[in-house]
Ligand binder design. Structure first.
Ligand code: SF4
Ligand code: SF4
Length: 523
């Protein structure tokens, strides 16, 4: 007979299940709201940065002992520094207009991915520590202290926001969750709880000059290889110059353009545009990265330090114009911040900024987007195309978040929407739009923006791509679309990876200058 007082032997631990391969959610009709799945994304988080990565860019190496007080202190500092953050904390009336506007909510059903809930992670702590009602009657006003559990929620859910700003378009008060996410990430970094992917990349830019860690000689090799390929392909001596003193244009482009498909096809296109228009240009080994992850972590010092490399390169090379390649957040940083950060455009007041403003040619916009440059040349009749060379393509255009909702192009409102489309129509015969409500200022994020383009977040990235995939599927099925053009390196990389999960070939995505490259005449 068994001894009833005996302590049962614990069962042998079950073998660890292999990590499940992420699966794409089923496509729905566009506009359908998902059923709520509370907690479904609670385990989704990026890797935490290690000591080496953190300390290399000036953050504590690991979670500091007095993290609570330092986090609240940092929050107070940010509230004082950024008036917008204070307004966003106070202004929400919980009207619900933003709840179903985030692609991560639409793809996952996790209510914590509703923008208002994401804001509430910080707002509840704000109430507790920075409002009288929250200090006196915390429960009554939904205030809570920053516990370790809540801090982990900050880490997880502020890395389930791509800072795309779509929700702010629908908020009657213009509350921008992206800025709250940036503040959340800045607080996390300041207490030693940073994200590996983004912070490692920032370290690489400081050390080597670009996000990919591509050193100067490798860059030179790649560009020489491109010249040979284009010569073989077209017979023309198109140059891809590096560090040319006295060139007219410095082109700053995302480092993915130097080697990854389909990005490199656009770089080939930029070179052909300069060649056909007879404009001297150069790339720079010092400024070999247009991207600036300092913005994604909401850190002004990093944002400026990364941008300063471009100023140094421009001054050293003596260029007259600075042009930015196809990269969404890079264009946002260039368009919105370069002027006051480093003096590219009017604004910076330190001696180097003033020197650069004197050096740059005032007849041109500084900085200029490569699409603005190409479109200006098309309008001046300086580029000629054989449009039929793109006849095998039925093209649609994906507006990238940071271009659509955080910048402009040209002189008229909406230029950031119209100019890329005008270029496509100038170089190709078959163009169709995706459903209204999914384009222009209401465009959906690709699902990998804002520093989330990392493999450990694949499940999130696939789910976040769902709304765009639903709109894409419609034009593929109904109008035969076989090419989705975009002007963002992150969109290109993200779609190349997630398109196969939704039954498409990765080659379905490409750049606007890839289309230009196909059709441009070089004689
Ligand atoms: S900014 Fe974009 S990703 Fe972040 S909550 Fe709003 S819609 Fe979602
Ligand atoms: S739309 Fe604006 S005011 Fe309404 S719940 Fe969302 S953030 Fe709050």
């Amino acid at each position: 007979m068994a001894d009833p007082t005996a302590v049962p032997t614990p069962p042998a631990p079950a073998p660890k299940p292999a990590a499940a391969k992420p699966v794409a959610p089923a496509l729905r009709e566009f506009g359908e709201i998902p059923a709520l799945q509370p907690g479904s994304m609670a385990g989704s988080k990026p890797y935490v940065a290690n000591e080496k990565i953190q300390e290399a860019i000036g953050f504590p190496g690991a979670l500091v002992e007095d993290w609570h007080d330092r986090a609240i202190g940092k929050m107070g500092e940010l509230l004082g520094k950024y008036r917008s953050l204070q307004v966003f904390m106070d202004a929400c009336v919980h009207c619900g207009a933003c709840t179903d506007k985030c692609h991560y909510f639409l793809g996952s059903g996790d209510p914590k991915n509703m923008p208002v809930a994401r804001q509430e992670l910080m707002r509840s702590v704000y109430r507790r520590h920075f409002t009288l009602a929250g200090k006196l009657f915390p429960k009554l006003v939904g205030a809570q202290d920053l516990t370790r559990e809540l801090l982990d929620d900050w880490f997880n859910y502020y890395h389930q926001c791509s800072e795309c700003r779509r929700c702010s378009v629908f908020c009657p008060y213009g509350i921008d969750t992206a800025e709250i996410t940036m503040a959340g990430r800045e607080i996390l970094d300041s207490i030693g709880y940073g994200q590996k992917y983004g912070n490692e990349i920032i370290g690489k830019v400081h050390r080597i000059g670009n996000n990919l860690g591509l050193p100067g000689p490798a860059l030179e090799d790649t560009l020489l290889g491109l010249e040979e390929d284009v010569k073989e392909d077209t017979g023309a001596d198109v140059k891809y110059p590096l560090d040319v003193q006295g060139a007219e244009v410095l082109l700053v482009t995302p480092s993915a353009d130097f080697f990854a498909e389909p990005h490199v096809e656009s770089l080939i296109g930029y070179g052909k545009v300069f060649h056909a228009a007879g404009i001297s240009w150069t790339l720079s080994s010092k400024a070999s990265e247009a991207g600036n992850f300092g913005m994604f972590i909401g850190n002004y010092e990093q944002l400026r330090k990364i941008a300063l490399r471009i100023r140094e390169a421009a001054l050293e090379l003596g260029v007259k114009r600075i042009v930015v390649g196809e990269c969404g957040h890079a264009w946002r940083v260039a368009y919105s911040f370069w002027n006051t950060l480093v003096g590219i455009g009017a604004g910076g007041k330190d001696p180097f900024a003033i020197e650069l403003q004197r050096q740059l040619d005032p007849r041109y916009k500084q900085p200029m987007h490569i699409c603005e440059l190409t479109w200006d040349l098309i309008q001046q009749g300086r580029l000629k195309f054989d449009k039929e060379k793109n006849d095998h393509r039925i093209i649609t255009f994906h507006d990238s978040c940071n271009v659509a909702r955080a910048s402009r192009m040209g002189d008229a409102p909406g230029g950031q929407f119209e100019i890329p489309r005008a270029i496509i129509r100038a170089v190709a015969n078959h163009y169709v739009e995706m459903a209204p409500g999914t384009t222009h200022e209401k465009t959906f994020c690709c699902g990998g923006g804002g520093g989330l383009l990392t493999d450990e977040l694949m499940d999130l990235r696939i789910k976040g791509a769902l709304p765009r995939m639903e709109a894409l599927r419609q034009v593929v099925d109904q109008q035969g679309v076989n090419f989705m053009a975009t002007i963002c390196a992150i969109c290109k990389a993200q779609f190349s990876k997630v398109l196969p999960y939704y039954g498409h070939k990765m080659q379905l995505v490409g750049g606007v200058h890839q289309l230009v490259s196909t059709a441009i005449r070089l004689d």
